[in-house]
Unconditional design. Structure first.
Lengths: 441, 543
C-alpha cells in the first residue's frame, strides 16, 4: 500500500515537473484527481470560530426599531423572508444556503467556560473528564488515519483562555489539530509576507544546512533505531512514534507544503477573501477541503465588544462577509459545497441591552449560530427570540442540540461512543440532545 | 544479581551494630528496606501464581537513565552515566537514589509533576496560571524539606482566607494574616475557582482517591456514590459559596457552625450538611471549622483512603500505572491489581510517618522497579503485573531538560522562569517545546504528533544543537584530540542514551562515519549520528 502510494507520488512529482514545461499542468492535474478520488472522505466541515463572543443580535437576529436594536438595518437575502445585517451583503447572496439558529440558549457567560462548552458540548470540570473538541470528534469519524494531510487543521486559533477546548482530550494527540497561524500579534497592518509565513506548517521544511543526501541517510538510520527499540517493546507508544515520523515525512515530501503556500493563488482571489489573517485563513481552508481534509477551523477574534460595539462589529462584519462569501462561492464552483458543512459560532452572544459605553456584554441566554452548506436545508431561520432579544420564544436550542444537528448534517452517528480517560465510554454528543431535524437536508 | 544486592545491604545493616558503642540506642531499621521487601514479596507471589516470567534486571545504564528521569526530571549527562556505570560499589543504586533526593532538581521535578496532577487547570487557563506557579513554589519547598504527606495536605486544607464574591464571574480568594505560605496556598482555592463543588471534587479526587464529579449532577452510574454524598462532601467548603443577603432564616436552633457546613444542591431546594464518605460526621463545635474537621478525618492514620491514595499515586509516578488504576476510580468494576500490596504499602507509609522519601527509596529498591523495559517473554505483556518496566512518555519539561543535558545547550535563567503552555515565546526553545509537547495523556500511552516529529527533525533548536558550529556537546566530541571514531560514537551514545553502543551499533555507525557519511565529511557524519540518536524513541521515552 505504502509502496504504491510512494510510486504514485513519484510519478506525480515527475508529472508536475514535466507539465510545467509542456502541458500546462494537465498531467499533474489528472494524477492529482486520481489520487484525490481514492483518498477523499465524503464529507468535510469548516468551523468559523468567532473568538470573544460575537454580537449575534447585530448580525443574524436584528431588532430594528427596538431600543436594543442599535443603528444597523436589515437586508434581504436570496431566501424569501430571511433577513440579516446590512453589513453582511455578500453573505446575503448565499441566504439560500444558510440555516440561522436564532434560539440558541446556553448557560456559560465566561470566555473560558463558554468556549469549552460550545466546542466540546460539555462544562469544564475543575479536573474531570478531558472532553475532545468537536474538531477532534468529527475528524476522527470522517478522517483517514493514513491521509497525507492531517485530518484536523486549526487556523489562527486564539486559545488563551481555554486551550483544552481546542484539543483532542481523551481521544489523544493523534486527533489533535495541526495548528497554523497562532500566537503572534497579528493586526490589519501586519505585512502580507508575515501572514503568509504564519499560515505555513511550522518546521515543515528541512533545514538548509542539511543537504538531501544527509537527510535521506538520517531517516534510514533513524528507522533502524526505531525498529530496534520497538522490537523488544511492543505497544502503541513506539508505534505512535514511528507513525508520527512517517506522517511528518510524508507531509514534507508530498505537495502538502504547497497547499499552505498561498502565494500560488491569483491576486484577485486573495483580494476577494480579504488580505487579512481570517480572509487568507478561509482561503487556506478551501484549499485544504479541496484536498479532502475533513475538519478545518478558522478563527476570527476581537468580538469581545464591551465598548463601541457598533463600530467594531461593522468592521468585523466586513472581514467575515468577504471571507465567508468567497469561501461559499469557491466551494460551490468546485462542486464541494454539497459535501462541506459550514458552522459559524462563538462562545456566546451579547446583551441585547446596550451599555453606557455603546457596548454589549456577555449574553448566553438568547443568541444565534449558523449552519450552512452540505447537509443543511438552507434559506431558513429556526427559533425565535423576543422582541427585545432577551429570551428565546421558539425552539430553544442548546449546545448539544446544535452539535447533534451538525453531526447529522455530516452523516455522523452522534450517539456513537468513544472510550474516555475515565474508563467510561462517552457519546460523541452527550444526552440530552434534540437535533433540529428540519434543518438537516 | 538483585537478591545479591539486597543480601549485601542486609548484611551491611547487620554489621553496623558491632561498631556502635554499648549504651547507645541501636540505629533504626531503614523503612525503605521493609518497603522494598514487601513490594518484592507481593509482586513475585503474583508472578508465581500467574506463571509469569519477569524480565531481566536492568543493567546499570538502563537504571541510571530511568532513575534520573523519575527522580530529578532529566536524563543523566554523559559523565554522570559513566561515573555510575564504572562505580564498583555494590550498593550504588540505593546510594544514587539517596544522592538524587538531595538535589534541587528532585524537589523541582516532583513539585512540577504534582502541580500538573493537582491543578491541571493552571497549565491551560491563563487566568489561573499565576496561582499554579505560586503553588508549585510552595510544593518545591515541601519536597525539599521532605514535609510528611499528611502535613502537606493538612496545611493546604487549613489555610486562612476570605472569599470576595462580588464579581459573580470571578470569585477572588484573599489570604488572611501575614504568613507568606497563606498567600501561596490560597492558589489552591483560586485555581478551583473558589467554588465548594470544585474543591469538594478536587480534594476527593486528589487526597481520597475517589472521583466524584459525575455524582455532582446525578448518582454515580458505576460506583456507589450518590449525588447527595457529593454535595455532603462539597459542604466542607461551603464557606466558599456566600449566601445571598436575603437568604431565608433557617428553621431550628442555631448550629455551631451556622451555615458554614451546609450547602444547597444546585438546581434543587435541598440543603445538606457536611458528612464524610464513610457516613460519619464530626462533632460540630463553634471552634473547629469544617475544613479543619475534614483535614483531621482525612489525614488520620486510620484513614486508609488517604494513605492508600498517597502510596498509589507515588507508585504510579514510578511505574506509569497505579496499583489502583486509574488512580481515582476505585470500584467493584475496577479493583486494584495487588490489593494486599496496596494495603500493606499504605500501612508501611503510615508507620514511616508519611515520609515520602522513605517511600521513594523503598520503591526504587524493589525488584519490579529495577526490571528492564525489554520484553523477554509473552507473559510480561500485561502492564498491570509489573513484570517488565512500562514505557513512559516524557513530560515536556523532562524532554527539554534531557535535551539540554544531552546537547550542552546553554539556557539563560530567565528563559526557564514561569513558562506556560499558551504563552509561546518564539525565540525561547523551552517555551516552544513546552507548547508543542503539552499533553493530557496517560504517561504509558503517550502518542507522538506530526508537529512534534517535525520540530524534532527540522526545528531551529535541534538544528542548532546538532550543528558543528553551535552544538556544544557535539563539537566537543568531534574535536577531542586523539580519539578514534569508535570513541566518538561511544561518547554520542552515552550523551543521549546513557549507555554504550552495542557492538553492532558501534560497527555500523563507525563505518558510516569513517566512510565520510553522505558528504565525505567525517565531522558532518558525526552530526548525522547525533541527530539520529536525539530523534530515536530510546532518547524520547523513559524506558
Amino acid at each position: 500500500m505504502l509502496d504504491s502510494l510512494m510510486s504514485r507520488r513519484h510519478l506525480l512529482r515527475a508529472g508536475a515537473v514535466s507539465a510545467t514545461v509542456s502541458m500546462s499542468g494537465m498531467l499533474g492535474k489528472l494524477a492529482m484527481a486520481a489520487e484525490q478520488s481514492k483518498t477523499k472522505p465524503k464529507r468535510s466541515c469548516i468551523l468559523l470560530w468567532m473568538n470573544g463572543g460575537p454580537s449575534t443580535i447585530d448580525l443574524w437576529d436584528l431588532k430594528v426599531g427596538h431600543e436594543n436594536g442599535g443603528p444597523y438595518k436589515e437586508v434581504n437575502t436570496t431566501a424569501t423572508g430571511l433577513k440579516i445585517s446590512e453589513h453582511l451583503p455578500k453573505i446575503a447572496m448565499h441566504g439560500d444556503q444558510l440555516a440561522i439558529l436564532r434560539g440558541m440558549t446556553t448557560k456559560e457567560g465566561d470566555h473560558a467556560r463558554g468556549t469549552y462548552l460550545m466546542r466540546t458540548g460539555q462544562l469544564p470540570g475543575a479536573a474531570g473528564i478531558q472532553y475532545p473538541s468537536i474538531g477532534s470528534l468529527v475528524s476522527k469519524e470522517l478522517g483517514d488515519p493514513k491521509a497525507e494531510l492531517p485530518n484536523f487543521l486549526s487556523i489562527a486559533p486564539q486559545r488563551f483562555f481555554a486551550q483544552e477546548a481546542f484539543g483532542p482530550g481523551f481521544l489523544g494527540p493523534v486527533h489533535a489539530p495541526l495548528i497554523v497561524g497562532e500566537n503572534q500579534a497579528f493586526n490589519n497592518n501586519t505585512p502580507m509576507n508575515q501572514l503568509d509565513d504564519a499560515l505555513k506548517v511550522a518546521d515543515l521544511t528541512k533545514p538548509k544546512s542539511v543537504d538531501d543526501a544527509s537527510a535521506a541517510v538520517r531517516l534510514d538510520l533513524l528507522r533502524e533505531m526505531q525498529e530496534d527499540f520497538a522490537a523488544g517493546r511492543p505497544g502503541q507508544m513506539a508505534k505512535s512514534h514511528a507513525a508520527a515520523y512517517d506522517r511528518a515525512i510524508r507531509l514534507m515530501q508530498s505537495d502538502g507544503a504547497k497547499i499552505f503556500d498561498l502565494t500560488t493563488e491569483k491576486d484577485s482571489i486573495r483580494d476577494k477573501y480579504g488580505r487579512n489573517l481570517f480572509g487568507q485563513g478561509c482561503l487556506l481552508a478551501r484549499r485544504l477541503v479541496e484536498k479532502g481534509v475533513p475538519f478545518v477551523e478558522v478563527s476570527l477574534g476581537n468580538w469581545d465588544t464591551h465598548g463601541q460595539n457598533f463600530d467594531q462589529v461593522k468592521g468585523l462584519s466586513g472581514t467575515l462577509d468577504a471571507a465567508w462569501a468567497s469561501l461559499m462561492e469557491d466551494l460551490k464552483d468546485r462542486g464541494l459545497l454539497e459535501t462541506t458543512t459550514i458552522v459559524w459560532m462563538g462562545e456566546f452572544g451579547r446583551t441585547p441591552k446596550i451599555n453606557q459605553g455603546r457596548g454589549r456584554d456577555h449574553y448566553p441566554n438568547a443568541w444565534s449560530t449558523v449552519l450552512a452548506g452540505g447537509g443543511i436545508k438552507g434559506g431558513q431561520a429556526i427559533g425565535k427570540t423576543s422582541a427585545d432579544g432577551t429570551t428565546v420564544e421558539e425552539r430553544p436550542t442548546t449546545t448539544l442540540d446544535m452539535l447533534a444537528t451538525l453531526c447529522m448534517a455530516l452523516g455522523i452517528d452522534y450517539e456513537k461512543t468513544n472510550p474516555s480517560n475515565v474508563g467510561r465510554p462517552i457519546r460523541i454528543v452527550d444526552k440530552p440532545c434534540n437535533p433540529i431535524k428540519e434543518v438537516v437536508a | 544479581m538483585f537478591a545479591c544486592l539486597r543480601l549485601t545491604a542486609v548484611l551491611a545493616a547487620l554489621a553496623i551494630p558491632t561498631t556502635v558503642y554499648a549504651g547507645e540506642p541501636a540505629p533504626k531499621a531503614d523503612p525503605a528496606e521493609a518497603i522494598a521487601a514487601l513490594i518484592d514479596k507481593h509482586i513475585s507471589a503474583d508472578w508465581a501464581a500467574r506463571g509469569i516470567k519477569p524480565a531481566t534486571q536492568t543493567d546499570d545504564a538502563e537504571f541510571v537513565r530511568r532513575v534520573y528521569l523519575d527522580m530529578i526530571g532529566r536524563a543523566p549527562k554523559a559523565p554522570e552515566s559513566r561515573e555510575f556505570i564504572d562505580d564498583t560499589n555494590p550498593n550504588k543504586r540505593a546510594a544514587l537514589v539517596d544522592r538524587l533526593l538531595t538535589l534541587p532538581g528532585h524537589a523541582g521535578h516532583f513539585a512540577a509533576v504534582t502541580r500538573a496532577a493537582w491543578l491541571p487547570q493552571t497549565m491551560s487557563n491563563f487566568q489561573l496560571a499565576n496561582a499554579g506557579f505560586q503553588f508549585e513554589n510552595w510544593l518545591r519547598m515541601r519536597y525539599r524539606d521532605n514535609t510528611p504527606a499528611d502535613e502537606v495536605v493538612r496545611r493546604i486544607l487549613t489555610v486562612q482566607f476570605t472569599v470576595n464574591a462580588q464579581n459573580p464571574m470571578f470569585r477572588f480568594v484573599q489570604p488572611v494574616g501575614t504568613d507568606p505560605d497563606n498567600a501561596t496556598l490560597v492558589g489552591f482555592y483560586q485555581a478551583n475557582e473558589a467554588r465548594a463543588e470544585n474543591l469538594g471534587s478536587s480534594v476527593s479526587r486528589l487526597f481520597v482517591g475517589v472521583r466524584l464529579e459525575c455524582a455532582q449532577c446525578h448518582d454515580h452510574p458505576f460506583a456507589k456514590y450518590t449525588r447527595e454524598q457529593f454535595w455532603e462532601f462539597a459542604a466542607f467548603f461551603a464557606e466558599m459559596n456566600p449566601l445571598p443577603a436575603n437568604s431565608p432564616n433557617l428553621v431550628g436552633p442555631i448550629q455551631p457552625q451556622s451555615d458554614k457546613n451546609r450547602i444547597t444542591i444546585t438546581n434543587t431546594e435541598k440543603r445538606v450538611v457536611a458528612r464524610f464518605f464513610d457516613g460519619s460526621s464530626p462533632d460540630w463545635t463553634a471552634e473547629r471549622s469544617p475544613r479543619l474537621e475534614l483535614a483531621d478525618w482525612l489525614t488520620n492514620p486510620n484513614n486508609t483512603y488517604f494513605s492508600q491514595n498517597a502510596v498509589n499515586r507515588m507508585w504510579a509516578h514510578f511505574f506509569g500505572i497505579g496499583i489502583q488504576d486509574p488512580v481515582d476510580e476505585p470500584g467493584d468494576n475496577n479493583p486494584p491489581s495487588h490489593p494486599l500490596l496496596l494495603e500493606e504499602l499504605a500501612k508501611a507509609f503510615v508507620d514511616a510517618k508519611f515520609d515520602n522519601q522513605a517511600l521513594i527509596r523503598g520503591i526504587t529498591r524493589s525488584q519490579a522497579y529495577q526490571l528492564s523495559s525489554k520484553m523477554t517473554h509473552p507473559s510480561q505483556s500485561d502492564p498491570r503485573r509489573f513484570a517488565k518496566m512500562n514505557l513512559k512518555g516524557l513530560t515536556p519539561a523532562q524532554l527539554f531538560d534531557s535535551m539540554v543535558a544531552a546537547t550542552g545547550h546553554r539556557e539563560p535563567g530567565f528563559m526557564r522562569q514561569n513558562q506556560f503552555n499558551f504563552n509561546q515565546q518564539p525565540n525561547n526553545p523551552r517555551s516552544v517545546f513546552l507548547n508543542r509537547f503539552a499533553s493530557n495523556e496517560k504517561v504509558t500511552e503517550a502518542n507522538t504528533t506530526i508537529l512534534q516529529a517535525l520540530m524534532l527533525m527540522n526545528g531551529q533548536f535541534i538544528t542548532d544543537v546538532t550543528s558543528l558550529e553551535k552544538g556544544e556537546v557535539l563539537a566537543a566530541i568531534v574535536d577531542v584530540p586523539g580519539w578514534d571514531t569508535k570513541q566518538r560514537i561511544t561518547a554520542l551514545f552515552l550523551s543521549t542514551f546513557a549507555r554504550n553502543p552495542s557492538p553492532e551499533e558501534l560497527e555500523k555507525f563507525t563505518s558510516y562515519v569513517d566512510r565520510g557519511g553522505a558528504n565525505n565529511d567525517k565531522k558532518k557524519a558525526l552530526a548525522d549520528v547525533f541527530w539520529v540518536l536525539l530523534n530515536s524513541p530510546e532518547f524520547l521515552f523513559n524506558h
